[in-house]
Design a protein around this ligand. Structure first.
Ligand code: NAI
Length: 215
């Protein structure tokens, strides 16, 4: 088994959280943190944090803890934030426009290069500085521009068709907001975002006590 397959998604999903907390520490001019303090702030146990970080190398020193800047930089690098990525959004509706207008993604290095839709009322409008293009132009655009990540914000019935265009034109990473499971080749990564799943988890937790009340 190689290192790539050994690192579980659970570990990978904790890394952005570590990065966020470390970023907050840096903003507060905190340069050094013990694993105990980091554990109190993140809600993960100190041994969990140590185990997670050990997957990638030797961070922190016994008795010293972690150097916040060093750890922040290392985790950024592990998350691939030491380079930038080009993106396109397909579907310039509610979600598509919200993502395009969220400038923080750009600060992280995700640069939006194109927005596409099929609705003539949206084609030609400007969202920030980008003009929404006709989705018919998408294959040509992908052929002429190196795009790293395709973002799907169309209704679920249209999502697979867009994914197929992405795959055919060499896109290897898809951020999918449509509530559907996409079929893609093994060398293409799909990350699904389903806000409703998060909302339903919240409603479950709100009602959890009642479920077990009489048991
Ligand atoms: P919307 O109707 O505002 O926008 C969808 C846009 O896609 C429209 O502008 C439409 O013209 C365009 N479109 C449709 N077919 C297309 C095609 N073949 N090529 C290019 N453009 C096409 O819808 P909204 O609210 O933005 O939702 C978009 C998607 O995101 C839906 O699949 C919805 O279920 C999903 N969604 C996901 C959430 C999440 O948590 N991931 C939360 C809310 C919505």
């Amino acid at each position: 088994m190689n290192k790539k397959t050994m690192i579980s998604m659970a570990v990978i999903r904790r890394l952005p959280k570590y990065l966020r907390y470390l970023g907050e520490l840096l903003n507060n001019d905190i340069t050094r943190i013990s694993s105990k303090e980091l554990s109190e702030r993140t809600g993960f146990t100190a041994s969990q944090i140590r185990q997670d970080l050990n997957c990638f190398g030797d961070f922190g020193q016994q008795g010293y803890g972690y150097n916040v800047r060093e750890l922040y930089d290392q985790i950024s690098k592990i998350l691939g934030l030491n380079r930038s990525y080009t993106t396109v959004i397909i579907g310039a509706g509610n979600i598509g426009q919200a993502i395009a207008n969220y400038t923080n993604f750009e600060k992280l290095g995700f640069v939006l290069k194109g927005m596409f839709d099929k609705n003539p009322k949206l084609i030609g409008i400007k969202i920030r500085d980008l003009e929404v293009r006709d989705v018919e132009e998408l294959p040509d655009f992908l052929e002429n521009n190196k795009i790293d990540i395709g973002i799907i914000c169309v209704p679920k019935k249209q999502a697979q068709g867009i994914a197929d265009i992405f795959v055919k034109n060499g896109i290897k990473a898809i951020w999918n907001f449509a509530p559907t499971d996409l079929t893609v080749p093994d060398d293409v990564i799909v990350e699904n975002v389903h806000l409703s799943e998060s909302l339903l988890t919240l409603s479950y937790r709100l009602n959890e006590d009642k479920l077990f009340k009489d048991k």
